[in-house]
Design a protein around this ligand. Structure first.
Ligand SMILES: Nc1ncnc2c1ncn2[C@@H]1O[C@H](COP(=O)(O)OP(=O)(O)OP(=O)(O)O)[C@@H](O)[C@H]1O
Ligand SMILES: [Mg+2]
Ligand SMILES: [Zn+2]
Length: 467
């Protein structure tokens, strides 16, 4: 059989390009033995049972004194769950799991830490750096998963960590460790073990350059929870993002800072994202976005510059490229900014990726500000979705966003007019409303002649000199 190492598609003949995931040269010849099939069917047959008769053993989540971690998992570690922690090489996966293991040993008993990539000495060095003594933390340097599970059975720990799943193999499969068949079968085996023992299992996985967990997307279907540790290699901030959770909401993020002593929680992420903010307020807008249930203030920056030759270029960092095209088009057509011969760059600081349309207005204002070379009042945040006809649309959970802005001392919130009636106004915050993007740009940009900013009380036409 030939198996695609990216997505797991099977084929009887070699193919240059995978018809499923469109990747080139991903098919590898794999001997499929009957034992590979017998793994799947080795589970004992269990009779059907009525839902009402199913007994639940204590499913109390194990909550650790690491609040950001609990939050991402939806309140704590669920017994018997299989959690995949993915991330770029060197981002801090092993660090995170070693710290979590240490916390588990102090509240929940033994932990088995299986390392297929690092020697015990290496782990000890890291533990020393993190200040982890390691009582009740048992290291296993083994890559044969059958042997691992045998030893784990003897140890009977409260949690198992497998670092990384790509290093594990099952000897009965005749493919090399790290191949898609191995990774998939090893994960399935661990899942089976976690479910029957009720012990939570954490596995790590590398991420390919395309951003998926190496090899199989299929891995994400097998496990209960998928977490990604993200961040910039150059900055110390790390986001732990939940992309799948069978026991809680997804899109939750935890914010950490990588320090000498390991990952430490960031209690006030909005402040963190804004801490680097310069004094330049041209082309910079603060936007309250929601990550899961958590409001975060982020800075959106834009730069527009006349195109020197050829096609004008658009560059989007941290926002969707097509969203940028849409917003630029609306700014040209409905607001009257001549962006057709401008290169436009938009950047979200702090390495965050914004997916919500609620940031549209902020992006539009940042572009308009840079293009017009007019500053935006630094005490203002902007919230709103931009429609194709230039209208401002209301967004979900406006009150939480406004409250977060108020909490961090922002004085002015520029919001869609349609959203205003539904929310209580926090102390000391002025809500400025606009029904169109044109109007929002007019009230959002500070006019140099009136440094306090426009009040928005002028008639619609008096601003024609602006454009
Ligand atoms: N002395 C130190 N001070 C601060 N940060 C450090 C120090 N030593 C290592 N780090 C951080 O730890 C990171 C490596 O962490 P770790 O080995 O846990 O990553 P990983 O995701 O497990 O990597 P791999 O993919 O190789 O398994 C480095 O990128 C660095 O940010
Ligand atoms: Mg590692
Ligand atoms: Zn494929």
């Amino acid at each position: 059989m030939f198996i695609c190492q990216q997505c797991g598609k099977e084929s009887l003949q070699w193919l240059g390009r995978c018809p499923t995931c469109q990747q080139w040269n991903t098919f590898v010849e794999t001997r499929v033995t009957s034992s590979a099939k017998s793994i799947k069917s080795s589970a004992p047959l269990r009779p059907a049972r009525e839902l009402s008769a199913v007994a639940i053993e204590s499913t109390d989540r194990l909550s650790l004194p690491l609040h950001e971690f609990n939050r991402v998992l939806g309140g704590g570690i669920v017994p018997g769950s299989l959690v995949l922690v993915g991330g770029d090489p060197g981002i801090g996966k092993s660090t995170l799991l070693l710290q979590v293991s240490d916390l588990v040993t102090s509240v929940h008993g033994k932990v088995a830490y299986v390392s297929g990539e690092e020697t015990q000495r290496q782990i000890k060095l890291r533990a020393n750096r993190l200040g982890i003594k390691g009582d009740s933390l048992f290291l296993l340097s083994e890559t044969d998963l059958t042997a691992v599970l045998e030893q784990v059975e003897v140890l009977s720990p409260g949690m198992v960590v497998v670092d990384s799943i790509q290093a594990m193999y099952l000897p009965e499969l005749e493919t090399s460790p790290g191949s898609i068949t191995q990774v998939r079968e090893c994960t399935a085996r661990l899942m089976q073990w976690a479910k029957q023992s009720g012990v939570p299992v954490f596995i790590t996985g590398h991420v390919t350059k395309e951003g998926a967990i190496a090899g199989p997307k299929t891995l994400e279907h097998i496990v209960d929870v998928v977490l990604y540790l993200e961040g910039d290699q150059l900055s110390a901030y790390r986001l732990l993002r939940c992309v799948k959770n069978r026991f809680g909401s997804t899109n939750e993020i935890g914010v950490f800072e990588m320090k000498e002593k390991g990952l430490t929680e960031v209690a006030n992420p909005s402040q963190m994202f804004l801490s680097q903010r310069g004094t330049e307020t041209i082309g910079s807008v603060i936007v309250p976005v929601l990550e899961g249930t958590r409001p975060l203030l982020v800075e959106v920056q834009a730069l527009s510059n006349p195109t020197s030759f050829g096609q004008p270029r658009r560059t989007a960092n941290g926002i969707d490229f097509n969203r940028l095209l849409l917003i630029a088009a609306v700014l040209s057509k409905r607001v009257g900014l001549k962006l057709g011969n401008q290169d436009i760059l938009v950047n979200v600081t702090g390495g965050l990726k914004i997916e919500e349309p609620a940031a549209d207005l902020g992006i539009a204002l940042a572009i308009a500000s840079s293009f017009r070379d007019l500053p935006i009042d630094p005490g203002t945040v902007a919230i709103g979705e931009v429609g194709l006809s230039g209208e401002l649309r209301s967004v979900t959970q406006l009150d939480r966003r406004v409250n977060e802005a108020a909490r961090l001392g922002f004085k002015r919130c520029l919001i869609p007019r349609t959203g205003v009636r539904s929310i209580p106004i926090p102390q000391g915050v002025e809500l400025v409303t606009a029904s169109t993007l044109r109007e929002a740009v007019r009230v959002g940009l500070m006019n140099e002649k009136t440094p306090g900013g426009n009040t928005g009380s002028q008639p619609e036409d008096s601003d024609s000199s602006l454009f």
